[in-house]
Design a protein around this ligand. Structure first.
Ligand SMILES: Cc1ncc(COP(=O)(O)O)c(C=O)c1O
Length: 396
């Protein structure tokens, strides 16, 4: 029997390893010295870690000593928000304790939850809203950032709808009020050009598994001389900013993933954009009663979010899965919950639409044939689901 077709269109949830990264991981398994050890085994591990740090730094326009490795994008984001809550005596960030946080209504759950936690501890947290395309509403944002603001955190690209924010303008507004600026660039780094100096950010988070590296490794950019307070204590690693013996294999693999992005990103993302536009056009011409969510142009090249009236996102996902197509509803972390996506709701779409939204996120292994197959299957799936919906039938 012929093997069933399986097409992965969920690259914003995670990506397959790049073949070069896989090779690098296999050889990195031989490097077992502790990078903190002074002997040759330790020095060998240290040199691999520092080489990877150089790759990450160069890719985002930073210097190597501004890069701190962490275990995930979630850890990086939590670390940056938690410095607002620093209570250490003598710690440089302690003076920020009574200052406020400004973030947005469409952040990844790790920022949403970390900010909620700060709020529960008595800190003032303000959430800037977005317009129908998912862009931060500038006038409202300007009002929220005041002389009391300690930190502003705005994601560079949204994981669900792909909208890219004007980080340079937002960071300029924050700095004009004396606040520091963090961007969660987990979905942006490796997909669109990112330069920390052009963006004017003080902190930036990235993650390995979104760019064909392994899971469980990420990095945070910390601008030189920015105040900082560690989340994980008990060791001198990462210049005393994050304790714990370094994940040498993960770090070396992240360095390789970034090295490959530097070589391949521009051409590949052009290809993803062509595929996305073919998909958008195919859906637009073959399926009625749909809404594209996200900015039409300021958007991740491979991300397309569509809401289908009269069809539940979970049903669409499961029917597509039966046909070998892997997509997602809401964010990967929120899948499994039937709550409508906070991101889609924040764009102003009603609950019913938020329930019917599907994210297609393309990656380097996808081809135009995948898009053609999806465009063959999807209209039939939507027709079938809508055929079972009395509410949709009543509307017709
Ligand atoms: C925008 C964004 N931020 C943060 C994260 C969390 O990254 P990690 O999975 O490495 O913890 C994700 C993962 O989906 C994301 O999309």
């Amino acid at each position: 029997m012929a093997e069933k077709r399986r097409i992965y269109l969920d690259n914003n949830a995670t990506t397959p390893l790049h073949p070069e990264v896989k090779k690098t991981i296999l050889s990195a398994m031989e490097i077992y010295g502790n990078p903190s050890s002074l002997h040759s085994f330790g020095r060998q591990a240290r040199s691999h870690v520092e080489q990877a740090r150089d790759h990450v730094a160069r890719f985002i326009g930073a210097s190597s000593d501004e890069i701190m490795f962490v275990a995930s994008g979630s850890e990086g984001n939590n670390t940056i928000l938690s410095i607002l809550n620093c209570e250490c005596r003598g710690c440089e960030f302690n003076s920020c304790r009574d200052r406020e946080l400004v973030t947005t209504t469409i952040e990844h759950p790790c920022i949403m939850e970390a900010s909620k936690c700060l709020k529960e501890r008595g800190m003032k947290v303000h959430y800037a809203g977005v317009d129908a395309d998912g862009k931060v509403v500038m006038d409202r944002f300007k009002d929220l950032v005041t002389g009391n603001t300690g930190l502003v955190s705005v994601m560079m690209a949204n994981n669900e709808i792909g909208t890219i924010q004007d980080i340079r303008t937002l960071s300029g507004i924050a700095h004009a009020k004396g606040a520091m600026f963090h961007t969660d660039a987990v979905q942006a780094v490796g997909k669109v050009p990112v330069d920390v100096n052009d963006l004017g950010v003080d902190f930036l988070t990235l993650s390995g598994h979104k760019i064909y590296g392994p899971k469980g490794i990420g990095a945070v950019y910390i601008r030189k001389d920015s105040p900082f307070c560690p989340l994980i204590r008990g060791g001198h690693q990462e210049r005393g900013r994050r304790a714990g013996t370094e994940n040498t294999i993960g770090i070396v693999a992240l360095g390789k993933a970034i090295e490959m992005r530097a070589l391949e990103m521009v051409e590949e993302e052009k290809r993803l954009l062509q595929m996305k536009e073919a998909l958008r056009e195919g859906i637009r011409t073959s399926i009625p009663d749909i809404h594209f969510v996200g900015h039409p142009t300021d958007s991740l090249p491979g991300t397309l979010n569509v809401s289908f009236d009269g069809a539940e996102g979970e049903a669409i996902l499961l029917y597509l899965d039966l046909e070998g197509l892997a997509v997602s509803t809401g964010s990967a972390c929120a899948s499994g919950s039937l709550d409508p996506s906070h991101v889609i709701l924040a764009t102003g779409l009603p609950q019913e639409c938020a329930h019917g939204s599907i994210r297609f996120s393309l990656g380097r292994e996808n081809t135009m044939e995948d898009i053609a197959y999806l465009l063959d299957v999807l209209p039939k799936v939507i027709r079938r689901i809508r055929g079972m919906s009395t509410a949709y039938a009543r509307r017709q």
